[in-house]
Write a protein that binds this ligand. Structure first.
Ligand SMILES: C[S@@+](CC[C@H](N)C(=O)[O-])C[C@H]1O[C@@H](n2cnc3c(N)ncnc32)[C@H](O)[C@@H]1O
Length: 265
């Protein structure tokens, strides 16, 4: 068992074990230091300082507290066109070459949070290459964000970063809210999926997984990059976050297509 040193669990290890047993949350793949710090900060805010047992007991009955915990731990900040230079590289260099190999792309936005990432991709595809019959699977293991993503309604401040011409074309504006148009949504399927537990799709042309693995332990990251490699078709691309270099890329079987774009050999 991951968190046991000798045969005695400390308080935090017991908390992790209780989370798994009673609330079906498995923190084993995540770095302890960050998770422990975030848990303690939230427990302090909610008045359970240091009392893991009580906190688990409350989360088992109080759905609202449980959801606060989930939201706090998953850090689901996202943005439309996050790191725009990277999206530009995708548009100018990566997509044309993928499209020359398959007309209808099969794409996965893994850890999509509230939907900004798959919608950004869908807008770029539509704008530069037409709507086509591409399929975009957009997943996250947090049901709250998956629900918001599939609703596709954002406040003005949340669509900041989206070029004006895209806002006009791909959103309906109602009462200061920006609603993604159905024609953009129709190729996207939103689903719950846990990257550390669930089966992966296969034969993908492109996987986008950005700013998700920051709190994963090194071994969990390696397994994930192996599994992404398996999920891609030969020549398919993995697009990672702007700080996320895959150190063992060559040994897994990726070559570099561009910075933060890895191609399956
Ligand atoms: C910081 S957001 C990144 C969103 C988007 N990819 C971006 O770059 O803007 C990280 C997301 O990863 C999700 N996540 C964390 N661990 C996960 C796991 N094991 N399986 C699936 N999603 C996970 C979180 O719920 C969160 O929504």
């Amino acid at each position: 068992m991951e968190y046991v040193r000798g045969d005695v669990m400390d308080n935090y290890e017991k908390f992790v074990s209780d989370l798994k047993q009673y609330l079906n949350i498995d923190l084993a793949g995540y770095k302890r230091q960050q998770m422990e710090r975030r848990t303690n900060a939230l427990m302090g805010t909610l008045g359970y300082k240091g009392n893991y047992n009580e906190f688990v007991r409350v989360m088992r009955t109080d759905k609202e507290i449980f959801n606060r915990f989930l939201n706090h731990m998953t850090i689901n900040v996202s943005e439309f066109f996050r790191n725009p230079q990277q999206w530009e590289k995708l548009e100018k260099n990566i997509l044309p070459s993928l499209l020359s190999e398959s007309a209808n792309l099969k794409i996965w936005s893994a850890g999509c949070s509230t939907g900004e990432e798959p919608y950004t991709l869908a807008m770029i595809l539509a704008e530069s290459f037409g709507f086509g019959k591409h399929t975009i699977l957009a997943t996250d293991f947090d049901n709250t964000v998956v629900a918001k993503a599939s609703e596709g309604v954002y406040l003005k401040k949340e669509v900041q970063g989206t070029p004006e011409k895209y806002l006009h074309k791909y959103f309906d504006v109602q009462d200061d809210k920006y609603k993604v148009k159905d024609e953009l949504k129709k190729n996207i399927t939103f689903k719950n999926h846990n990257l550390l537990r669930d089966d992966f799709p296969v034969a993908l042309d492109l996987i986008i997984c950005r700013n998700v693995v920051i709190y994963f332990k090194e071994d969990a990251k390696s397994i994930l990059y192996y599994n992404f490699h398996k999920a891609l078709r030969r020549g398919g691309i993995l697009f990672t976050g702007s700080t996320e270099q895959i150190l063992q890329a060559r040994s897994i079987g990726y070559s570099t297509a561009d910075t933060f774009f890895y191609k399956k050999n």
